[in-house]
Design a protein around this ligand. Structure first.
Ligand SMILES: Cc1cc2nc3c(=O)[nH]c(=O)nc-3n(C[C@H](O)[C@H](O)[C@H](O)COP(=O)(O)OP(=O)(O)OC[C@H]3O[C@@H](n4cnc5c(N)ncnc54)[C@H](O)[C@@H]3O)c2cc1C
Length: 328
């Protein structure tokens, strides 16, 4: 298995009834059969049974608790930058998080979980606070970054987080520190929540250091240049496909050495620029991306005896997928 998730599908009548109730009780509009591809950086993914976009923490809290109280499978979508959503779409209720309010008190930056990490980097630069520059490299939200303990350029969320507020499975909200979130390399306890019952980050606060905005701006420029040189920017992708097996051994290097750059299945190919990226450069399907990712995984296992761990998440309804299934 490769981290595939499958939530219960809602039938038409249930989706319609729940959507009407969400609109009436919370004041948030919902839609049925909303195609999810445009909300992901890989640009793949079929329709959500029920979909809502929230813009503040009142709406986020209310809709999460509503889903819990009705036993409706829930999925929180940030910027969809770590996901390969199935062509069959996603069961249950998908909530797109666009809660983006921020507050700065001294050197502590507090933000709603829907703020893009890149915006967190520029807002804190303008305020003369250093520490979130690596956020520029992460095309996800703060909530997604806490979930992943995302990191780049010798830093990560764990390094600067003061605390994150999390709605637990039982619906209560509590503040958690890095230790309580079980952070490790691209790891947190949030990644292990039960299917359809995510622990939801509402906001997070970060301790930063005072610095001249001009100095921070230079660092941001360096990061921008590095990404341009090393990553296939401008092409649909979900970032690194695999975690590095160790700090000394990068998954990209192994894949490159096996000559897999440029290998293609359907509309998806292994990036020529960075072998640990799969790019959806010819309007491929989620099945194309997954087939290629599985093929690379199998090749590395066969040739190097290494069982690489997926960094990207195969989300949505993969119930029709057979492991190792590679279309001709
Ligand atoms: C070009 C590119 C470069 C990248 N570079 C890096 C990099 O350098 N370092 C790195 O670490 N990652 C990198 N990534 C991966 C990705 O950006 C991160 O994993 C990011 O943290 C995902 O955030 P998101 O908002 O897009 O989450 P999504 O992809 O939307 O969701 C991922 C998971 O997080 C969960 N989630 C989202 N929001 C919340 C919330 N509020 N509460 C609880 N769970 C939540 C979702 O339910 C899902 O399970 C890159 C991706 C791309 C496309």
């Amino acid at each position: 298995m490769t981290g595939a998730t499958t939530a219960r599908r809602l039938d038409e009548a249930e989706a319609l009834r729940l959507g009407t109730e969400i609109q009436r009780r919370i004041g948030v509009k919902t839609s049925r059969h909303e195609p999810l591809a445009r909300f992901t950086t890989m640009r793949v993914g079929g329709p959500a049974d029920l979909f809502a976009e929230i813009h503040n923490l009142f709406e986020l809290r209310a809709i999460v608790r509503f889903a819990r109280s009705r036993d409706v499978p829930l999925f929180i979508l940030g910027r969809g930058s770590d996901l390969v959503i199935s062509d069959a779409g996603m069961g249950g209720l998908v909530v797109l998080n666009r809660a983006e309010q921020v507050r700065i008190e001294g050197t502590v930056f507090t933000t709603d979980s829907g703020l893009p990490m890149a915006k967190a980097a520029t807002v804190t630069k303008d305020a003369g606070l250093s520490g979130l520059e690596f956020g520029l490299a992460i095309p996800g939200t703060v909530g997604g970054a806490v979930w992943a303990n995302a990191g780049a350029h010798e830093s990560d969320v764990q390094t600067i987080l003061v605390e994150a507020s999390v709605i637990a499975a039982d619906g209560t909200e509590e503040r958690r520190t890095s230790v309580e979130l079980g952070f490790a390399y691209r790891e947190s306890t949030l990644k292990h929540a039960a299917e359809g019952v995510p622990e939801v980050v509402t906001w997070a606060s970060f301790r930063l250091d005072p610095a001249e905005p001009a100095v921070i701006a230079e660092r941001l420029d360096d990061i921008r240049r590095w990404r341009q040189a090393h990553q296939p920017l401008g092409m649909p992708s979900a970032g690194s496909v695999f975690r590095n097996p160790s700090p000394e051994l990068s998954a990209g290097r192994i894949i490159d050495e096996l000559g897999l750059k440029g290998r293609r299945i359907g509309g998806a190919s292994v990036s020529e620029k960075h072998a640990n990226f799969i790019v959806n450069d010819e309007k491929g399907s989620a099945a194309d991306v997954r087939s290629l990712a599985e093929e690379v995984h199998a090749t590395v296992r066969r040739e190097r005896g290494l069982d690489l761990r997926f960094e990207i998440v195969f989300a949505g309804d993969w119930s029709g997928w057979v492991d190792g299934d590679v279309p001709a």
